[in-house]
Design a protein around this ligand. Structure first.
Ligand code: DQA
Length: 144
């Protein structure tokens, strides 16, 4: 079963961000970690990253049309993109929101998610393991 793993702005430059928050993994390594974790759970991860709101919306439309499950780190779009929130509302298969850090333990503007209300659940604060835990949860959801 294919899972679309979407990543929002600035995650492609992960190794250049604050390492005390995001660790030191480069995005290609994170991508490999997600792909390998998916295989462990008998899933196949199609990992994509974009800094563009329009691109992410069009990937979400694609996932809605093909009934593809989505694991999504919307990055800063989490906190204010109603357009992306509306696109997630149209998904037909389960959506799990993930974050490397725990936004609730950070600045106040990060305490709002316009995506969470459309997700089955959110996994945040475990670094790359947030994606692994999300894949495990997705496998359970898809088996049910
Ligand atoms: C993030 C948290 C967001 O608040 C932030 O804007 C990001 C990354 C995370 O994975 O911890 O870019 O989504």
């Amino acid at each position: 079963m294919k899972i679309l793993v979407l990543n929002g702005p600035n995650l492609g430059r992960l190794d250049l961000r604050d390492s005390s928050i995001y660790g030191s993994m480069r995005f290609p390594q994170l991508q490999e970690f997600i792909e390998n974790s998916a295989q462990e759970f008998g899933l196949s991860a199609d990992v994509r990253q974009s800094d563009s709101e329009a691109q992410i919306i069009s990937w979400l439309h694609e996932a809605a049309d093909s009934h593809t499950p989505v694991i999504f780190n919307p990055a800063a779009f989490t906190h204010y993109s109603y357009a992306i929130g509306d696109a997630t509302a149209m998904l037909k298969a389960p959506l799990i929101e993930v974050h490397l850090s725990n936004p609730l333990a950070r600045e106040e503007f990060r305490h709002t998610s316009v995506i969470s209300g459309h997700a089955v659940g959110t996994i945040a604060g475990f670094g790359p393991d947030s994606y692994r835990l999300a894949l495990e949860a997705m496998r359970t959801l898809l088996r049910a």
